[in-house]
Ligand binder design. Sequence first.
Ligand code: FAD
Ligand code: FES
Ligand code: FES
Length: 501
Amino acid sequence: MSAPSDGVPERGPGTVGARITVNGEETPLAPAAPHTTTLDFLRERGLTGTKEGCAEGECGACSVLVARPGVDKPTDWVAVNACLVPAAALDGQEIVTSEGLATPGAAGGTPELHPVQEEMAVRGGSQCGYCTPGFVCSMAAEYYRPGRCAHAADGTEPDAEHGPNGFDLHALSGNLCRCTGYRPIRDAAFAVGAPADEDPLARRREQAPPGPVSTEYARDGATFLRRSSLAATLELLRERPDAVVVAGSTDWGVEVNIRSRRAGCVVAVDRLPELRELRTGPDAVEIGAALTLTEIERRLDGEVPLLAELFPQFASRLIRNGATLGGNLGTGSPIGDSPPVLLALEASVVLAGADGEREVPLAEYFTGYRQSVRRPGELIRAVRIPRPLSRVTAFHKIAKRRFDDISSVAVALALDIEDGVVRKARIGLGGVAATPIRALVAEAALEGRPWTADTAEAAARELRAAGTPMDDHRASAAYRSEMLGQSLLKLYAQTTEAVSS
Ligand SMILES: Cc1cc2nc3c(=O)[nH]c(=O)nc-3n(C[C@H](O)[C@H](O)[C@H](O)COP(=O)(O)OP(=O)(O)OC[C@H]3O[C@@H](n4cnc5c(N)ncnc54)[C@H](O)[C@@H]3O)c2cc1C
Ligand code: FES
Ligand code: FES
């Protein structure tokens, strides 16, 4: 067991201390296995409101609330997919399930429904009810979002995606309902008011969430480990080169559930303070690898416009509440959505190992299919985006659905245009090669040339020839190539429309 550091409480080894506060009650983790999901952990303890629909983060039937460091208040209630998060990853943490939202009735009396449950009931938002606990938890997270009522009060007009109460429908983008239809569910979401002053979960936001604890949970020959500092984690990774590193577990959880992968040793990095810093300076924006996409989205609040375009197109709110940039780069997937954007932003990856840190341009990071220059035992500590940022940017994710889908192909464009001439062009592509790539030939076809239809068309031709796209069940190679060129032409049309209007 490592020595206490950073003021983070340490836990004794073994399974005895590991516990989660569930609906206000401390619940021991044992006898759950280290790979047991939070969903199974809850259901095995009789909390069967939390449902399994898909076990791969697609349906939201398993949504629960976790108390996390807040963006505008000390604590945010964050909805996550319980089917993906190992219960051991929540050791020392506090969660609320659909059962915990209602207020228990006096001695055997009927519990008093939570306002979101009440609205779902009276507006016909539930038929078979299978999806309802998950919807209710996602809805409750948005109900308690500190900025929601401010958004409603500042005179912002409601639009198709926001209610008059400031409710952001994207909060429900990870929840599927097979039978009710979404209109009554949306009606319920748009009808909830502001939390009452005495609401216990609203009051809970004013205190800090539980800090990370150091976990050493071993059972059935497998171990789940968490250290409280980066140095201790890197030392551990040196000792355990076999360990699987997890952050939000939105990729790893699918491997465990769907592909039955098991690890002898899992090391969690998602609460490491050194991986959760966000610095915005005059020369660069540095984003901690273990910040969730939701945290980055809310904390940057549009400061990096290309990232602001990426986030709503990345999975669902439930997934973004867990998914990290470190995890997206850590998978090395050629169809991950952040690499094209980060390539266009000329980002670099800060790698931390037991012997020190090094910074690698993202353009040199990927070396082959799911391979990178990251050495065994190294962690991604942060992603660094240099300033100044290009002013003309776009991210086009081509997928079969508008939200919560995997890209067939993704294009990120960042152009500096001065006096009608393209001074600099950076284009990141995903889904057209074994790794995310820069479209260097197309960039060269733009740089130094006037930003005209002819230049855009010539560069679009080079873009169509970029990479080696494949035919698969998502799209044909020809379609993928065509979409690359089309993305640049679309950006050209948008910029010239903006100038002429
Ligand atoms: C329903 C669903 C929808 C999805 N939609 C999208 C989408 O639209 N776009 C997209 O790009 N992805 C998508 N994903 C994939 C996934 O959410 C992302 O890849 C996410 O960013 C992974 O982050 P994580 O923290 O959950 O990673 P984890 O699952 O915790 O880890 C993933 C991998 O990264 C490694 N890793 C994690 N952190 C670090 C670190 N700091 N240093 C080194 N290695 C590290 C781990 O060892 C592991 O190999 C989706 C997944 C699901 C289940
Ligand atoms: S069970 Fe479908 S998202 Fe978890
Ligand atoms: S109410 Fe039946 S799936 Fe939603």
